[in-house]
Design a binder for this molecule. Sequence first.
Ligand code: GLY
Length: 336
Amino acid sequence: MRRLTVPLADRSYEVVVGRGVVAELATLLPSTAQRAAVVTQDGIPDEIELPGVEITTFIIGQGESAKTLDTIATLMSGFAAMGLTRHDVVIGVGGGMVTDIAGFAAASWHRGIPVVHVSTSLLGMVDAAIGGKTGVNLPEGKNLVGAYWQPSGVLCDLDFLDTLPPREMRCGLGEMAKYHFLTGDNLLAMDLEERVARCIEIKAEVVASDEREGGRRAILNYGHTFAHALEIATGHQLAHGEAVAIGLIYAAELGFELGRIDATRVQQHRDVVAGEYDLMTQPPPGLDADELLALMHRDKKALTGLTFVLDSPHGVEVVTSVDEAPVRAAMSRLLQ
Ligand code: GLY
């Protein structure tokens, strides 16, 4: 078992990683908690036991269509009915969608009460449950409403991964692949527990340096500009992590096109994404380059022209005002 810290001064918290660590849940709860609102979904193993704490469980819907303000409103009514106070706690038990919703509900209830995440997916463990981004979708777009609300603690019990559906595992591997390029660490040499823990440490360090994404935190979106465009253009047939895997290859090709990295480095991206993780590196056929380009112009990061997170000999960084010509050239290589 490993106990890591997300260092955020008086809002610092522990992330416990390992097998069977769900048994550590009580150690992460505020000592004042008499009630716990457990937010989860059908199909997620119910392993929460907290002697002396009154637990009320809320089952939310599956899929992006349930990640809404209506779901938050239903939770709020439930919190009112159970008499949840600022001394109590919300516990999100599930993947990224559950912890995003549980976090936003906790951020909003009585203007903010403690939340602890029990992450049950690989994507949640290495990304969504860490760092305090919470929120829901609007019909107009994904994650448009939300808050930064750091959890009081996070549990990453690797036992949950044994029963994770293969597609969800692939999605987690897509997010994990990006960490191979954020630091000089040789993640390939690590076993799963060490690798998950190292990804969390990398994320914690980035979040601690730029909690509200004034700049550097955007490097955690490596591969995501093209990925978000792909998700929308395919009508979400590609799940987020699957799209990120392809987005990483696109980012490498664009980096090469702009003379920022060489062919060996592009190949390293392919070796990790296709080799180590056996993920798809090509988008499905029939996508329209003009539509993908228009979608990338609308990316939340694109405040100063087309904006990407790109690799370079001195690391991954945000690059603004990228010309359309190399963006199109990298796309045509990928779409070939
Ligand atoms: N998922 C990227 C971030 O937390 O900033």
